[in-house]
Unconditional design. Structure first.
Lengths: 303, 320
């Protein structure tokens, strides 16, 4: 081992290179963690973090006593996550299998270019597009009217809100999410496939016994990441459309924090809910990862 | 948290990509046999419908933005074909009103932000691509750990406020300057460059900075352009940070204008557009023109970067 001085002389340029990035991460990822302290304060903006009085766990009351407004946000969040894990998560896998089975490279590349694109549009644009397509004056209803058919009110109906945001997620990200599965599929061993064919395995059997096991680690990995994100469901997407359906259908945990804290001025409660959400989020990732290890998978990081 | 080396995965993917036929048509391996007509048809149908679902809204928006007022009135909203296209809506929007200003703001934030982000990300990724260097492990862990949690809205707001960045454009850039995921992707790419290249340059007397600029970066054009696209798109698309941190409407970027006048349907008139046109184009054409303008830059850059996506670039990064 070289002496510290030697290493410093050798690596100081590297450290200098790391400095701007490290500073940014410290200032905007680690320093804000200190801001969670206001979850235990009766925070007054004019007093600031340093001088606001401490109130113990008072701010956590809505969480512990099951305040209906909070519960509603929690339930909406969990329902949306469940819908998306069950109905949205498998779609890119299916689409990747279809793309992978497309032999013509040119056709495949064309389809990929088109299908990836919505991922790069902002939520404002996606929401605007959906409104223009499905709103009361939108394309669908205009067409129905011109054909003298009954029109549908889709936008602004609380019962359809979850369906709406789920379709938006599907439209925006299904194509892009195939990328990772396609990469995994390209690593399926052709020799194994050939052997399976020689042994008389049908296409369905090959899918089940060769292809899917080969991409299982990636599926598990992405599922873990999604579960770790259970309590975050498309904040920008929802805050844009919440006004149309009201808080009953449209409030999720993130919007609760924003609406109560920054809009409503109830900083303490909002920070308390945010803090709990953060802790549960980290616990979910670690828990899901441990589950993956228990099932013999690699997970996000090795043991 | 030990990172499983990304290096293991990427070359495999690349090798697999090489063995695949280069020709456009592609060749079916012998063992596959002929696919059933039904299977091919079903696959074609899914891909075709998927692509239509992406393309039709764009088409409708584009045509409506250039349709003449008569055509818009006749259709009662969307127009799918225009016989007398006009650029009046664009003229109205780009003649110096709120949309023009927002466009300049967004462009400025995107250019400055992307440049700064790339510099900081490349530098950090290069420093982290050298295991065994001083403080390598703590810096790597610190970077990886930020992937696990997100500071939350309220603490972020308080931090930005404490740092005196409220209502400043820097509030839209500095908090998202470095994205750990992008650092890890880039680091994986740097680590794939044979170390002999670096070492021989070192023996020839090149310093770290010179090695980075003259050897590593020229070999990393693909990863730099893809990560650059990620950052640029994020800056261009940022909506909530602008809503949270910017208080004066005259500082609004395009996404906030889009939300106000297109999503929320706030009427947009001569006052907002400061247009000299005598008759303003129909409201919906103006709205669609704003929408097209906010999508266009992404559509223009996308084809140049898209070709890099398939190169197994992302694979390495999955295992952070």
């Amino acid at each position: 081992m070289r002496s510290l001085r030697d290493r410093w002389r050798r690596d100081r340029v590297l450290l200098l290179l790391a400095l701007p990035g490290v500073t940014a991460l410290l200032l905007f990822h680690y320093l804000p963690l200190g801001g969670h302290i206001i979850a235990f304060q009766d925070f007054q903006p004019f007093l600031g973090v340093w001088h606001s009085p401490y109130v113990g766990f008072d701010n956590f009351e809505p969480v512990f006593t099951g305040d209906p407004v909070f519960l509603n946000a929690l339930v909406n969040t969990v329902i949306i996550t469940l819908i998306q894990v069950i109905f949205v998560f498998p779609l890119p896998i299916c689409l990747a299998l279809i793309l992978n089975a497309t032999i013509s490279e040119r056709l495949k590349r064309l389809a990929q270019s088109i299908l990836y694109m919505p991922h790069f549009l902002s939520w404002v644009i996606v929401v605007a597009l959906f409104q223009q397509m499905f709103g009361n004056g939108g394309m669908l209803n205009a067409w129905l009217r011109s054909a003298d058919l009954a029109t549908f009110q889709i936008i602004g109906v609380p019962e359809l809100f979850k369906l709406m945001i789920t379709s938006q997620v599907i439209w925006k990200d299904t194509g892009w999410s195939t990328i990772i599965f396609l990469a995994a599929l390209s690593r399926v061993d052709p020799a194994q496939m050939e052997a399976a064919v020689v042994d008389g395995a049908s296409a369905a059997r090959r899918l089940w016994h060769v292809t899917l096991p080969a991409i299982r680690p990636v599926i598990v990995l992405l599922l873990i990441l999604r579960l770790g994100d259970s309590l975050s469901v498309g904040f920008e997407q929802i805050i844009l459309q919440q006004a149309q359906v009201g808080a009953g259908a449209g409030e999720v945990l993130d919007t609760y924090v924003y609406n109560h804290g920054i809009v409503g001025g109830d900083w303490g409660t909002a920070a308390a809910v945010g803090l709990i959400k953060g802790i549960v989020g980290v616990a979910l990732v670690l828990g899901a990862n441990r589950l993956a290890h228990a099932l013999g998978e690699q997970g996000v990081y090795a043991k | 948290m030990t990172s499983r080396p990304a290096a293991a995965a990427a070359p495999v993917a690349r090798r697999a990509a090489r063995t695949r036929p280069r020709s456009g048509r592609g060749e079916r391996p012998v063992w596959m046999g002929e696919p059933s007509k039904l299977g091919v048809g079903a696959r074609g149908l899914v891909l075709g419908l998927g692509c239509l679902a992406v393309l039709v809204p764009f088409w409708a928006v584009l045509v409506t933005s250039i349709a003449s007022p008569e055509e818009v009135n006749k259709a009662g909203g969307f127009v799918l074909w225009s016989n007398e296209p006009t650029l009046d809506a664009y003229r109205a929007v780009l003649s110096g009103g709120i949309v023009t200003r927002a466009l300049l703001v967004s462009a400025g934030i995107t250019v400055v932000g992307t440049a700064l982000s790339l510099v900081a990300t490349i530098a950090l990724a290069y420093a982290l691509s050298r295991p065994g260097s001083l403080l390598h492990k703590p810096v790597l862990l610190m970077t990886l750990f930020t992937l696990l949690f997100n500071p939350g809205i309220i603490p972020m707001y308080l931090t930005v406020k404490q740092l005196g960045l409220l209502d400043s454009y820097w509030a839209l850039i500095l908090p998202v300057l470095v994205n750990a995921f992008n650092v890890i992707v880039m680091r994986a790419f740097f680590q794939e460059i044979p170390r002999e290249l670096r070492e021989s340059a070192h023996i020839d007397g090149a310093g770290e900075l010179r090695i980075l600029l003259r050897i590593v970066l020229p070999l990393s054009k693909a990863v730099v352009s893809v990560i650059g696209l990620f950052y640029a798109v994020a800056y261009w698309n940022a909506f909530f940070s602008a809503m949270l941190y910017l208080q004066s409407p005259e500082k609004w970027p395009l996404q906030l204008v889009l939300r106000t006048y297109v999503v929320n349907n706030t009427p947009i008139g001569a006052d907002q557009l400061s247009s000299s046109l005598e008759n303003l184009p129909p409201q919906i054409s103006v709205q669609m023109a704003i929408l097209v303008i906010s999508v266009l830059p992404i559509l223009l850059i996308y084809p140049f970067i898209q070709k890099h996506f398939a190169k197994g670039l992302m694979v390495g990064a999955v295992k952070g």
